[in-house]
Design a protein. Structure first.
Length: 396
């Protein structure tokens, strides 16, 4: 008996589709309807008074629901609109004009983050993009060697978005700290599917979002700053909510708060903060340990099923090295993915990855089997042809 399946009724879309895309957008809890109604009631009935009756604190207060999922403490997280913004806030704390100005990244990092840091070159940053030999993982030794005494920041994902490979974050953090660099750990693809403990890791910063495995919808990203750092950091990207006395409307330079509010800026995104709370509540009740145990079973089933059919899998075979996604690179994967979507099997396709299948705690093993059987049927019957020309080999 799978006890986690008792949560299926909380997610309406599971009744009308095979939902295997939680690495991209988690299924919406039905309680979001009530949450958004509560937001509308607050605005309609209390008007401007809603700010002092709960709205003002939400950009940190709701972060307390994220904190236990990543090993942080209450009050250590601020909430922003997206992860790129959190990276920008962090980067704005540092000066790239000195001799310590290098940013070390892997070319397997999520593109939005690469785009952001490459643009910091106009401010004096030097970006070293460590190439990977394949699309699954990068060479850890090569990456560590790139982190030297001139390195300022190391933005790195805990789980790589294409392959679901779990990075050895501890080794990277230890190396960076040895030479005086700071690590920004992106836990977006990890939180909600693997155990994460930012305090134990001693990481300087951690960022992520509620969009995917936390079933919180778009518009909310979280920023963790190690508790000994806020007093010494001054983000250049700032605003009135970070000021000690925001409603004094004082002119001139900011008198910045030295807690999580100090990393905020303009008026917070209240509707999205309402929408994300039901998912966070569910994830905290379910527990990451139970989710991880089930995820390992389902991803093993998907991995072995794909391999048995002769398809390439761009995800580590070792379950300890992979998170919640299996990337299946079957022949003509883009067209196959489009036909799967037409059949209400919700997955996604990414270049150099393949069809990403991402079961969550609310999925069944039968749904995993069904997705693979439908890929086989689409290939066998030629149903892929309606979505794309001549059959092509799996990408290499």
């Amino acid at each position: 008996m799978d006890d986690l399946l008792r949560w299926r009724n909380e997610f309406p879309i599971l009744a009308r589709s095979t939902y295997l895309i939680s690495n991209s957008l988690g299924a919406m809890p039905k309680a979001v309807y009530e949450a958004m109604h509560a937001y509308a009631d607050s605005w309609a009935e209390r008007g401007v008074r809603a700010w002092e009756e709960g709205w003002w604190e939400m950009a940190v207060g709701v972060g307390d629901q994220v904190a236990p999922l990543i090993g942080a403490q209450p009050g250590e997280i601020s909430l922003h609109q997206n992860v790129t913004i959190t990276q920008a806030v962090i980067a704005s704390c540092f000066d790239f004009r000195g001799p310590r100005n290098k940013i070390v990244m892997t070319n397997l990092e999520f593109p939005s983050i690469q785009y952001f840091y490459h643009e910091q070159r106009r401010l004096g940053a030097r970006v070293e993009l460590v190439p990977a030999s394949d699309d699954v993982r990068f060479d850890l030794g090569q990456f560590l060697a790139a982190i030297d005494e001139t390195t300022l920041l190391v933005p790195i994902s805990q789980v790589l978005f294409r392959s679901s490979y779990i990075v050895d974050a501890r080794a990277i953090i230890e190396r960076a700290h040895k030479v005086g660099a700071h690590v920004i750990l992106d836990v977006f693809q990890g939180t909600g599917t693997i155990p994460i403990d930012v305090a134990s890791l001693g990481v300087d910063f951690a960022v992520g979002g509620v969009l995917k495995w936390l079933c919180g919808g778009p518009g909310v990203a979280y920023l963790y700053v190690r508790n000994d750092l806020p007093a010494s950091l001054r983000p250049a990207i700032t605003g009135w909510i970070a000021h000690q006395r925001p409603f004094a409307f004082e002119p001139g330079a900011i008198d910045r708060r030295e807690d999580s509010f100090g990393f905020l800026n303009g008026t917070p995104h209240i509707p999205a903060l309402y929408a994300c709370r039901p998912g966070l509540e569910i994830l905290n009740k379910v527990g990451i340990a139970a989710i991880r145990e089930k995820s390992m079973r389902m991803t093993k089933r998907l991995f072995e099923g794909a391999r048995a059919r002769g398809w390439r899998v761009n995800t580590p075979e070792n379950p300890a090295e992979r998170a919640g996604t299996i990337s299946v690179d079957c022949p003509n994967a883009p067209a196959v993915a489009r036909e799967l979507l037409a059949r209400e099997i919700l997955i996604d396709y990414r270049p150099k990855a393949g069809i990403r299948i991402s079961p969550h705690f609310y999925n069944t093993e039968e749904e995993c089997d069904y997705a693979l059987s439908q890929i086989a049927d689409i290939l066998d019957t030629g149903a892929w042809k309606k979505h794309g020309g001549d059959l092509v080999a799996a990408s290499k």
